[in-house]
Design a binder for this molecule. Structure first.
Ligand code: ADP
Ligand code: ADP
Length: 224
């Protein structure tokens, strides 16, 4: 089942810099929530806290109602820079299988790799190396690697920042299709307001320092 998040009064202070200040917001299960804000608003800081990679100075994150300790089980991430997140010396199939290398037996791993590649429209590409693919295809591989974990919450940090406009539009539609078909909660961080309006069921708007949530907008548009 898709996971929910609650952000309770989260603040992060670096020395004298208050990166984020008392953020309260909800990420409802089974919906697409977008965090949008200008550079320096604290998006990356908040994302690292939500993902369990960093701890807040004060406040807490609830994953399905329980406070997180480290990276929550059931959370998978996709980063902006696919060229750094994929291993260039590994074939696509091995890149996608990488997070499953422990604890998932070989035949099941194979099944999940093919299923995830199919979900992103890359069936038949499993023997290629990342450098033989376009940027958009590499980002699909990165998404497939996250999906192979059967996440309940998919977190994406500026996922389309490194691709051209056409590819970006294709990947945005792919994400909405995946979200509906696999019934996963999706959290996307972007500085692009158009992208946030296109993708989101809910938008969390962060303002420039002192970064507190200005508004949480429920978009509530029926998507096709
Ligand atoms: P965004 O991702 O929205 O651009 P960041 O989370 O990267 O925002 O940064 C928010 C604020 O916190 C900025 O003022 C930034 O300079 C500061 N900041 C972020 N990370 C650190 C850090 N590790 N040490 C000191 N200041 C930081
Ligand atoms: P299971 O324990 O059987 O994997 P899940 O709830 O994870 O149960 O998935 C149910 C079915 O939905 C899977 O058998 C699979 O066909 C499909 N599915 C779930 N997650 C994904 C995913 N991330 N990518 C592709 N298909 C998926």
């Amino acid at each position: 089942a898709p996971a929910s998040l609650e952000l309770e009064a989260i603040s992060k202070v670096y020395g004298v810099t208050r990166a984020i200040d008392e953020i309260n917001a909800q990420v409802p299960a089974g919906e697409v929530t977008v965090i949008v804000g200008p550079s320096g608003a604290g998006k990356t800081t908040l994302l690292r806290i939500i993902s369990g990679l960093d701890t807040p100075t004060t406040g807490r994150v609830l994953f399905d109602g329980s406070p997180i300790k480290g990276v929550p089980d059931g959370l998978a991430m996709v980063f902006q820079d696919y060229s750094r997140s994929l291993f260039p010396w590994m074939r696509v199939e091995d890149n996608v299988a990488f997070p499953l290398r422990r604890g998932v037996e070989k035949a099941e791993r194979r099944r999940r790799v093919l299923e995830a590649l199919q979900a992103v429209g890359l069936e038949g590409k499993e023997r290629l190396y990342p450098w033989q693919m376009s940027g958009g295809m590499q980002q699909r591989v990165a998404i497939a690697r996250a999906l192979a974990c059967h996440p309940r919450l998919l977190v994406m940090d500026e996922p389309y920042a490194s691709v051209d406009a056409q590819t970006r539009a294709e990947l945005e539609d792919l994400l909405l299709e995946i979200q509906t078909r696999l019934n996963v909660t999706v959290l996307v961080v972007t500085h692009d307001i158009d992208e946030s309006v296109y993708l989101a069921d809910n938008i969390i708007v962060m303002s420039k320092a002192p970064s507190t949530v200005q508004e949480v907008i429920r978009v509530g548009l029926a998507r096709p």
